[in-house]
Design a protein around this ligand. Structure first.
Ligand SMILES: [Zn+2]
Ligand SMILES: [Zn+2]
Ligand SMILES: [Zn+2]
Length: 443
């Protein structure tokens, strides 16, 4: 920390760190960018990291995972919020009239893989977890009853009453196949909605578009479920109103039907998976119980949470890792072990369970949307870069060139990642983002 403070290049270093916005694990890049005049080939401007502190440029890691870098995850969360919100009320290139389109907020859950400890409330009172008067005794000698009123922070929540009865294989296979189940759900939904309106899917497309945005969330038992915004548009996406006969009621009916009928199969094991019976469908309205703001905030909240909130690891598990020694709860360990075991079966190679063991089998994206839902995260990022560039040109830090007449040649090389312990303290002082309690050092 002292050597960094006394370094003659400290100011430039501090400037780099401020620009990463408090990133906990900035990426170090070595390289150069050259601007050439397209017509004459003359070099107009050159930037090289050679003159930067330690010869590297430090840039934000842009991770989505709050456990790795709270500052970058916050940027991602805010972007996701804007993206979801634009699809509900307009903005970012989406017209405000989109708020008049019929729109549903749908939660699709996973089926049961065994009884787990739960906390339920009724009229503000916590109910007993799983009270059964004449409860069965399982083959492992455990009584399938739990009369405890679990506290909200009880670590046993989401864990099975009998781990030996629990279907760990089913749980990780469901996670692995859930993106396919979602895809089939969207197809079945379109088919059903078309049929309810007396049309073929092809004919429907000429009048109505169905747009989706969804996030995956881990339940405490370690299985994913999906929250989705499903909206009716006209044939040209959010810019066009849906015809008056395309109604939220019919859309809801189609959602319920599709959620009920779709299946996805893991053929080598002859196992078929479907959604759980708990399906929640609600209308999104400007002034009702469920407002656009609430939905966008809710979805964005999950965009930065991954499986580690279930108590697993936030990194890949290596084949040589000792499963017994991993710092995770027994339930997570069993889920990871199921991934490693099933992942070694040749017939299941496609599911890449070993690779995604730390995600408990889920290898899908956390937030996805159909092409026409609203803007894209890429567009939001590009807008921010453009803003920053304009600012730099205005303050004289970057020369102003006409994009079409200038050739930009860039060479970049990865040169490491992270901050030393002393640097972390300085970065915290510069950016106001607190120092992590453990880890986060250079790698
Ligand atoms: Zn970061
Ligand atoms: Zn219990
Ligand atoms: Zn048992």
């Amino acid at each position: 920390m002292i050597s960094r403070l006394h370094d003659p290049e400290h100011n430039r270093w501090a400037c780099q760190i401020k620009r990463t916005g408090g990133c906990r694990q900035p990426i170090h890049l070595r390289g150069k960018v050259e601007h050439y005049d397209r017509a004459t080939g003359r070099l107009l401007h050159r930037y090289s990291t050679r003159h930067e502190p330690n010869g590297v440029l430090r840039v934000a890691c842009k991770t989505r995972r709050a456990s790795r870098c709270p500052a970058c995850a916050e940027v991602y969360r805010a972007d996701t919020y804007q993206l979801i919100r634009a699809g509900l009320v307009g903005g970012k290139g989406v017209p405000e009239t989109v708020s008049t389109h019929p729109c549903l907020f749908v939660t699709l859950t996973a089926p049961s893989f065994g009884t787990v400890h739960t906390r339920r409330e009724k009229n503000g009172k916590v109910l007993p977890c799983h009270a059964r008067r004449d409860a069965e005794v399982c083959p492992h000698g455990r009584t399938m009853s739990c009369t405890k009123r679990h506290r909200a922070d009880d670590p046993s929540l989401g864990e099975p009453l009998c781990p030996d009865c629990y279907d760990y294989d089913g749980s990780v296979l469901f996670n692995a196949i859930s993106p396919e189940l979602w895809r089939r759900f969207t197809l079945a939904l379109r088919r059903r909605f078309a049929r309810l309106n007396g049309l073929t899917v092809k004919a429907l497309r000429e009048h109505v578009g169905i747009a989706f945005a969804k996030v995956a969330e881990y339940q405490r038992r370690g299985v994913v479920h999906f929250h989705a915004v499903i909206r009716l548009d006209g044939p040209d996406g959010p810019d066009s109103p849906p015809p008056t006969w395309a109604m939220a009621d019919t859309l809801e009916e189609a959602v319920r039907h599709a959620a009920d009928v779709v299946t996805a199969e893991v053929k080598p094991l002859s196992r078929t998976f479907r959604w759980g019976t708990q399906l929640d469908v609600r209308r999104i309205t400007m002034d009702g119980d469920l407002t656009e703001q609430a939905v966008a905030a809710y979805i964005a909240k999950y965009a930065t949470k991954a499986a580690e909130c279930v108590g697993t690891l936030d990194r890949r598990i290596q084949p040589l890792d000792d499963l017994e020694a991993l710092p995770v709860r027994d339930h997570a360990r069993r889920l990871i072990a199921a991934c490693m075991r099933l992942g070694s079966e040749p017939g299941l190679a496609d599911l890449r369970l070993t690779h995604w063991a730390h995600m408990l089998g889920f290898r899908g994206h956390f937030s996805t949307k159909s092409r026409r839902y609203s803007t894209t995260l890429g567009a939001l990022r590009a807008a921010r870069e453009e803003h920053r560039r304009t600012e730099e040109i205005a303050t004289g830090r970057l020369p102003l060139f006409d994009e079409d007449t200038v050739l930009v040649v860039a060479h970049w090389q990865y040169a490491g990642q992270g901050l030393s312990l002393g640097e972390q303290l300085l970065a915290a002082a510069l950016t106001g983002v607190p120092v992590p309690s453990a880890g986060g050092g250079p790698r």
